[in-house]
Design a protein around this ligand. Structure first.
Ligand SMILES: Nc1ncnc2c1ncn2[C@@H]1O[C@H](COP(=O)(O)OP(=O)(O)OP(=O)(O)O)[C@@H](O)[C@H]1O
Length: 214
């Protein structure tokens, strides 16, 4: 399944942004297995782009399609649900965990919806990212950095061909970021999936095969 974006621009951006961007206003396509890095300073539209690609909002000009040449604009709720269950996973910048549920519950819910790994992997992954002792803590009591690791693991518990990352390490130190990156790379490899990683310039340990300035 290939991801294609064609002549995209947020409706709230001036047309002139197409001239300076390597993404806005361009036609790009990405295949499973590719490592795509999108770098941009704050406020240049990384979150907007990721929300468009995941179908959380559609206030853009242009088209996005996955696989068949059908624009996701034509998707109904069921189409998006099916796509998000099997094909596209995301780590959102604002994480969107269930605050009253424990770390384990947040992850188990995802596992139940569409399991990719045996349930034991939940514990293993949390230990690997240094939050094993937080399994029974409510998410609202976890630090932002801990919550970010929960959001990363949650995204890795399902099948996907594209993993979308919106500044996934904004609350993590370098060591923890690198550990999380390693895990994400392994998980993408197991699935033969692509990663689309949007971040500020500072992360230099993502082994990208394509690089774009937003
Ligand atoms: N619905 C909207 N209407 C008008 N402007 C918007 C809307 N959504 C986002 N913007 C503006 O678009 C710009 C890009 O926002 P966005 O959150 O996509 O950037 P970002 O690159 O992810 O930023 P950051 O790195 O700070 O998270 C910002 O100036 C923001 O105020």
């Amino acid at each position: 399944m290939q991801l294609t974006i064609n002549n995209l621009l947020p409706i709230y951006f001036p047309d002139t942004r197409k001239q300076t961007s390597e993404v806005w206003g361009k036609e790009l396509s990405f295949q499973p297995g590719e490592m795509v890095k999108i770098v941009a300073p704050s406020g240049s539209g990384k979150t907007s782009l990721m929300h468009f690609l995941y179908g959380l909002r559609s206030d853009y000009h242009g088209e996005i399609s996955y696989g068949e040449k059908r624009s996701i604009r034509t998707f109904n709720a069921e189409d998006f649900a099916a796509q998000r269950k099997e094909k596209v996973s995301i780590v959102l910048q604002d994480m969107r965990l269930l605050p009253e549920q424990t770390v384990y519950e947040n992850l188990f819910i995802k596992h139940q919806l569409q399991p990719f790994h045996p349930v034991e992997r939940i514990k293993e992954m949390t230990e690997r990212l240094g939050i094993g002792s937080k399994l029974n803590s409510k998410c609202k009591t976890c630090s932002y950095g801990e919550q970010q690791r929960v959001a990363i693991i949650r995204a890795l518990l399902q099948p996907f061909q594209f993993l979308l990352l919106d500044e996934p390490f904004s609350h993590l130190d370098n060591n923890n970021s690198m550990r999380a990156m390693d895990l994400m790379l392994e998980e993408a490899k197991v699935r033969g999936a692509a990663i689309v990683f949007a971040d500020l310039e500072r992360i230099d340990y993502f082994p990208f095969t394509k690089l774009y300035h937003l």
